[in-house]
Design a protein around this ligand. Sequence first.
Ligand code: ADP
Ligand code: MG
Length: 549
Amino acid sequence: RTGDESHSFKAETQMLLDMVANSLYSDKEVFLRELISNACDALEKLRFKNIETARSQIQGNEDLKIEISANKQEMVLVIEDTGVGMTKDELIKNLGTIARSGSRAFIEDMKKKGKSDMSNSVIGQFGVGFYSAFMVAKKVEVQTRSSSDKSGYKWTCDGSSIFHVEPVEKETVGTKIILHLKPEAREFADSQRVEDLVKKYSNFVRFPIKLNGNQINSVEPLWVMDPKTVTMDKHIEFYKFLANSFDKPRFVLHYKADAPVNINALIYFPEGKPGLFQGHEDGECGVSLYARRVLIKSKATEIVPKWLRFVKGVIDSEDIPLNISRELLQNSSLLRKLKSVITNRILKFLLDKSTKEPQEYTKFYDDYSLYLKEGIILGESQTEKEDIAKLLRYESSTLPPGETTSFLEYRKKMTEDQKKIYYLVAPSRELAETSPYLEAMKEKNVDVIFCYQQYDEAVLMQLKEFNSCSIISVENELRRSTQDNHVSTPGGLSESEIDALTGWMKSYLKDKVDTVRINNKLDTHPCIVTVEEMSMARHFIKTQKHGLT
Ligand code: ADP
Ligand code: MG
């Protein structure tokens, strides 16, 4: 054959190629995402060149597309784009050197020439994605024609250390990649499987993707759009796509920032209540991680804390490399940064809602407060716990029933003498108000937070303090304040009469009590029982009664 040239990969390349093909990616299926991303980059470059040379009339945007065809009989998958294509030199350089990114070189070249910065729209930059094709293909054939060439070239490689380049007839500008699939990768010749993959990873890329003639990507990537331009109808449609659900979002948080990390986030709070029987294992993470509109991981537990598993959405960061591996995802400081930025933003968003739309917030709180409380119990730092605690709402002894207060409000109303935040756990408002513990607190003349749920006690014990002010149950407070037994002549009893009374009670109750003390804080109740770790005790009593564990 004329013009057929054999080249061998640069040194170490064979090794790298084996590495990419065998272990860089944890999932074989991502090869398609990589090839589509390359096609998008090529289309983006052509679009850009057209603008540069004012040639957009010659090749209209409607011609910029990606066509995929899957042939089961022949076990072939073809991905063709109408992008810039490659010259013979570029072909040899870009596909003959692993870890050389023609795309990054292109961006840098544009920058040097003082032209617009394309780093936001071009995906590739690491120069390894293309080789992921060898995870599924025994032979890869690339036919390409550069927009600056009259004829095309063909690159072939069977995964060994040699690749061939030869001229080929190619009528249109662009690149066609033909994968001859390995027997164990036959699934990728199946149109349905390919369509599912395109929708999973590349549904939001900028250019139309056609499979066997039909366009299959459709939904706009709302999160990269200007929040002002996105209508509620679009949000509802997108939410349904994301959540696979028929309800609507009750709140929408559309957040974009460049520092400290680039982030485009779209977070939806579902209108529906959480499922009735959601235990600890309920619901998986509903947030997907994208890099430049390409899916990196759905259910991205690395970027949202577990307690926020009820939100649905997308977080896209241009700072994330496309080929980040599972292992890296878990240890990446970038992702930790993203997680903290997004968590703080969500907390701030909810706090704003609580003041600006209190009614809507109350409805949300009624449905989802359990998740916030879980966040406090599992919170990694005191700051995090207190940030979530700002969202909690409780009734209190000085407020009429039905009205609630927050820790921030409570703190503001505290007088200088009050050093602690007090709460009382009781099954209902009525029992809280008639509780001997509350009666014993009345001389202090303080507001007492009422908690009607058992788990609130565990939450507040975990929280411990708020704005450097300790949170304590009135039972514990009473226990502490009666520790020094010096009560000034309650009920006119003398010191020796007190000793006689408490001594008799102790001998009568024996092991049932630790100590018996006198206090003068009660009017209508004869006595109070206090237990050191009351929540533990209550749990114990409950399990004894109901035989639960
Ligand atoms: P990256 O995309 O990170 O740059 P890849 O290994 O995926 O690395 O691709 C290597 C290079 O090959 C690209 O930078 C690009 O220059 C070139 N290339 C790959 N696919 C195409 C394509 N479909 N059209 C034009 N050039 C391509
Ligand atoms: Mg690439």
